[in-house]
Ligand binder design. Structure first.
Ligand SMILES: [Zn+2]
Length: 478
């Protein structure tokens, strides 16, 4: 930044235009830039550092639960993609095809992977023979391509980064256990590290993954009341195994189909992070995943001893937190704004007067509260304050979600809520795809999930009025 530029440019107020606010924050907080090809994104150092912190937590859990990381090719031969009918139908409209190698036209088109089920299935069909080969617990961190028509950074992009787990098991029950277990890992990272409360549940038939027996999901609410699906886990039964002939000999020497799962968690969660915690001053990053937890801003840094002291404090804090110092020649006001825009959990101010009093000023990003802390209490206070901020972000998000969750009992109530108080709607559903489709057509609201924690909020379907005993969360979604 040039010295002449005193303040970080303002972002659009979220109450005014939420979509524009989102775009402004993404850009001003230096998370992403647009790629050359429409719908692609360049994840910049700060954006990638946050993603890496999230990713590292999840990767730890993936390994702790017995999975191995692998790397499969980006190319999928067309004939392989065609093997499972529902799967190819689900993904066909979004596949990017490679037709040439150099000047030569390829004998068979290659898809750039939109997801890698078929590659893993092909591999498993050749490498699983006996019950001793099971389970196979593979995961890969990779980029995938889906040719999207409308794109937004993190939320919907033609290329994105994720992990995809692909597992094969001896029995349906084992695969079901795996499906649940991995959804729990997602929920853990999202709730305990990203400070975003989730609703766990099962997708309806029309919303499940193409080719899956069933899909379970974690759904989050954004600041504007819309839902974001933050991670999904799929049980495939033996559907893929039958299409790809993945069999094993059981202990009795009988040939059996394996049962499979897949589960994915992507850079989309960065969108959730921005839209759950962000405010009109920019990004707010929960301490546990913040690349910089404390940013030191020296005041009157040209005065003798100020910078030296600031570096001393940094060296001291480095042992317990991720700390950085802004010793650039920008004015303090600019640095304050920058620090808020980037969402660093704590800003530490230190000037000649503070040095005289042997203290610093700590400013919380989440509440803006300021406090003076004696130098000898600093380490203790910062550790406690980071915990407080982490908890407050979660509590605030949960309170917000509860305030924007409404019970609706018929279509009039549903339409009214959609117009007046956008958020989650809890309503009973008869189970028919027609009702689900009608709700979507009339209100653009989709079923988010059939929550594991069921309640009975009425006796009849919100759409048709017939008897209904399934509670569904509905919302407009990203
Ligand atoms: Zn109905």
């Amino acid at each position: 930044m040039s010295k002449g530029k005193q303040f970080v440019e303002k972002v659009t107020a979220m109450e005014e235009d939420f979509a524009q606010w989102y775009t402004d924050v993404v850009k001003q907080a230096e998370l992403v830039d647009y790629g050359l090809v429409r719908g692609t994104m360049i994840i910049k150092p700060y954006g990638f550092a946050i993603w890496e912190n999230i990713k590292n937590e999840l990767d730890k859990k993936i390994k702790e639960t017995g999975h191995s990381n692998v790397a499969f090719p980006v190319f999928i031969p067309e004939s392989l993609l065609q093997k499972e009918k529902d799967h190819v139908e689900g993904f066909a409209p979004e596949v990017a095809w490679i037709t040439h190698g150099g000047d030569e036209e390829l004998a068979e088109r290659l898809a750039f992977r939109p997801t890698s089920e078929v590659l893993f299935c092909d591999y498993y069909s050749k490498n699983i023979h006996s019950y001793r080969d099971l389970p196979k617990l593979y995961n890969q961190w990779a980029n995938v391509v889906r040719w999207e028509k409308t794109t937004r950074p993190f939320l919907r992009s033609s290329e994105f980064h994720w992990q995809e787990g692909h597992t094969a098991h001896a029995t349906y029950e084992e695969a079901a256990e795996e499906t649940d277990k991995m959804l729990d890992q997602y929920a853990d990272v999202i709730e305990n590290y990203m400070a975003i409360p989730v609703i766990k549940g099962r997708k309806t038939e029309s919303e499940k993954f193409a080719g899956a027996e069933y899909t379970i999901t974690v759904e989050c609410m954004m600041h504007d009341g819309r839902a974001l699906q933050a991670g999904t886990s799929h049980h495939f039964g033996s559907g893929f195994a039958e299409a790809f002939d993945i069999t094993y000999l059981d202990k009795e020497g009988k040939s059996q189909f394996v049962h499979q799962t897949s589960w994915g968690f992507s850079t989309r969660v960065m969108g959730a992070l921005i839209m759950v915690h962000g405010d009109n001053r920019g990004l707010v990053v929960p301490p546990k995943i913040a690349p910089t937890q404390v940013m030191i801003v020296p005041i009157a840094q040209h005065k003798e001893g100020v910078l030296d002291k600031a570096y001393d404090v940094r060296d001291q804090l480095q042992k317990i937190v991720r700390v950085d110092i802004d010793a650039s020649d920008n004015m303090p006001g600019w640095k304050f704004n920058e620090s808020e825009m980037k969402g660093y959990p704590i800003r530490l101010e230190l000037g000649p007067k503070d040095i005289e009093k042997n203290q610093v000023v700590l400013v919380r990003r989440d509440t803006g509260e300021k406090e003076f802390v004696a130098m000898d209490q600093l380490e203790k206070r910062i550790a406690a304050l980071l915990d407080e901020i982490q908890q407050n972000l979660y509590d605030t998000a949960l309170k917000h979600r509860n305030e924007k969750t409404h019970i609706v009992k018929n279509m009039d109530e549903l339409a009214h809520i959609v117009e007046e108080k956008p958020g989650f709607m809890k309503a009973m559903w008869c189970g028919s795809a027609e009702c689900e489709e009608k709700i979507k057509e009339e209100t653009q609201v989709t079923s988010r999930c059939i929550p594991f924690e069921q309640e009975k909020v009425s006796d009849t379907c919100v759409c048709c009025g017939n008897t209904a005993d399934t509670l569904v969360y509905w919302a407009k979604a990203y």
